[in-house]
Ligand binder design. Structure first.
Ligand SMILES: CSCCC(=O)C(=O)COP(=O)(O)O
Ligand SMILES: [Mg+2]
Length: 239
């Protein structure tokens, strides 16, 4: 516990790490579930919606799936919290409109925002890498009850622009995009499989283990670990 890590940038997972899985599953998922039918029927002509619908058909091997069938698939994926890219795209669309309307407000664990502000003030760059789409991440960080956190964040990565979270190549892609050397990047996540992939790409890692989160019992799989962000000390080069 209380890891001290030398790093120039921190990359944040969201669900289970900055924010409670329970909030995502109990608040955000029902919100998207209740709006999929209208999205898939009334807005199927919009390029992003059309691309996501094509993505669902491809992933399920059902080229003729209509809106009703696709909605069923999306809801089944929601039930199993499957991080399928077309689902995340459609959720991102629905959620960003919900945040803009004021229907939704983001949630961060109490220790997170003070730590993000302190790291940012100390010159540590902050990035997000989540299965939630970039659109969803942008809405999430700009709609925190603590204020707009987006100015603290230097870049947003998801499974579309970086790749799957359990593959080292995705972390190499992010390192290249940020220009930060791999061994100066610190990844914070609740999932050992993601931490393993980041470590295989040469990153520093800390497993965030919060009681009640789905991966809590699994442990951190040999990674440094912390129960809250304020236990983590980030030391920049030359400081
Ligand atoms: C505001 S992003 C919503 C959370 C979400 O849908 C998700 O899949 C988060 O997964 P993560 O990779 O951050 O654990
Ligand atoms: Mg997570």
């Amino acid at each position: 516990m209380s890891p001290r890590i030398e790093a120039d940038a921190v990359v944040l997972d969201i669900e289970g790490t900055t924010s409670a899985t329970g909030f995502v599953v109990d608040v955000l998922y029902p919100y998207s579930r209740s709006r999929f039918a209208a999205l898939l029927t009334e807005r199927a002509g919009e390029p992003e919606v059309a691309r996501a619908m094509a993505g669902v058909r491809e992933l399920t091997g059902e080229p003729d799936a209509d809106a009703v069938r696709i909605e069923k698939t999306l809801n089944a994926w929601l039930d199993e919290d499957r991080k399928a890219a077309p689902l995340k795209t459609l959720q991102g669309l629905v959620w960003s409109e919900g945040f803009a309307r004021g229907d939704l407000v983001a949630h961060f664990y109490a220790d997170v925002v003070p730590a993000l502000r302190a790291w940012h003030a100390a010159g540590v760059r902050l990035y997000v890498y989540s299965s939630g789409s970039v659109a969803a991440q942008r809405a999430w960080f700009s709609s925190a009850p603590e204020g707009d956190l987006l100015p603290l964040v230097s870049g947003l990565y998801d499974t579309e622009n970086a790749g799957p979270k359990q593959e080292p190549e995705s972390y190499r892609r992010i390192a290249a995009a940020t220009g930060v050397p791999a061994d100066r990047l610190l990844f914070l996540s609740d999932r050992p499989g993601e931490l393993d992939a980041a470590r295989a790409a040469g990153w520093r890692t800390v497993g965030v283990r919060r009681p009640g989160e789905p991966y809590y019992e699994q442990g951190a799989g040999g990674h440094a670990q912390a129960g809250t962000f304020d236990e983590i000390t980030v030391v920049r080069r030359g400081t």
